[in-house]
Design a protein around this ligand. Sequence first.
Ligand code: SF4
Ligand code: SF4
Length: 442
Amino acid sequence: MKIKQFSGGFFFDASTNKLKELFQVKQNNVAYFEPEKVVIPFDQHIGSPNKLIKKVGDFVTKGEIIAKSSADISGHVHTSVTGKVIAVCEVPALGGKTQTAAVIKRDPSKNTAESLISPDFSFEKAVRAAGIVGLGGATFPTHVKLNPASHIDVKTIILNGAECEPFIASDDFLMQKESRKILRGGEIAREILGAKTILVGIEKDKPKAITAMKKAAVKIPNCHVIPLPVKYPQGGEGQLLETLIAAESPLDGRSVETGAFTINVATAFAISESVDERKALTHRYVTICGDVKMPQVICFPLGTQVKDLIDYCGGFIGTPSRVIHGGPMMGKSVTDLALPLTKGSNGIIVFNEAHDGKYPESPCIRCNRCVAVCPVRLEPQNIDLAYRSGDLFTCDQLLATACINCGCCTYVCPARRNLAANITQASGEIKQEKEALADANK
Ligand code: SF4
Ligand code: SF4
């Protein structure tokens, strides 16, 4: 199967908006899927790399740590099934790269109880032991985020249920099903940080989730569920803060400086399970939609491979042309269906040849549409031109590193310029250069 490379917003236009109805998940309940084997990458977080602490042949119990690091900025990785480690090998990663993973064959005959976190742990220690990272896509370790600099006075906990990417309904279903636990996660964060208020932001096109969350919030003091306008990228941290508390988030991404601590609703759910039920992060919800026979939201064990989920959804409709990990605006290409889904996975979208846009790039016509839509007020066309000419210095001057990779500039560009992908690339290269310089100066 030949799958095209993809960068956010690249092929998505007004005509593909018609796909919204077609691609919308219409089921009522979340499906639960257990594959025969899981492929668990050691590193599913931003921070120091983990080391495998198991070996081929070991028997592992669901919830048991299989890879970890002693560094603070890291996230433990647990096995999501009970079974035997049958291999440690290189497996596909996003961006055409590879990553090291443990392959664990499930053993349904073993009725071993799930491995749980010590009941003696404090809230913060439980969150760390559970390997929780930002599940909105950032994958930054949550226990580190819950420990901001001492000068920061956190007043508000914001639970992000915006889920603004088209087609993706994972958080929508989670809020409908687990509203009580999500709010409990918010209460735990409020207690850790000494905040007063909990605000839950949900886009208005999720009426069932809003109803469920409002019902669960009634008995919680200073907790408010706020329906948000349906607009992209409403779920970006900066955009959410602007809408909910009229605060402007710093361009370097440290939004906690505003006194508001933001976490995704799935992260709040995981916090609640780690503290109250002593469960590690082993499962999450994912939306499989687009040109598959049975689009649906599935609760899957981490390490499930894309191909197994597509099979579970009845296979492809037509000839697949693009498979996207994440949403159509910010997602990335899946170039190998053996890719395992990890903590940062919330959606897989399939486009077949009939639904895939074909848009060749043409020269910039200086219309400034990309500037008008950029939520962080960058000049995408100028950063793009500088990057294409190899001028990273100018990219840095134009604040390429503040790009949130929302894909809006690419989406609106009449010349179909591949702006978001180039700006993200420029941002990565600038950060790498700066890190190398800092290392050399140590
Ligand atoms: S440059 Fe602006 S519009 Fe383009 S991807 Fe980055 S943040 Fe979004
Ligand atoms: S939207 Fe496209 S054509 Fe218009 S200024 Fe930006 S890069 Fe150029």
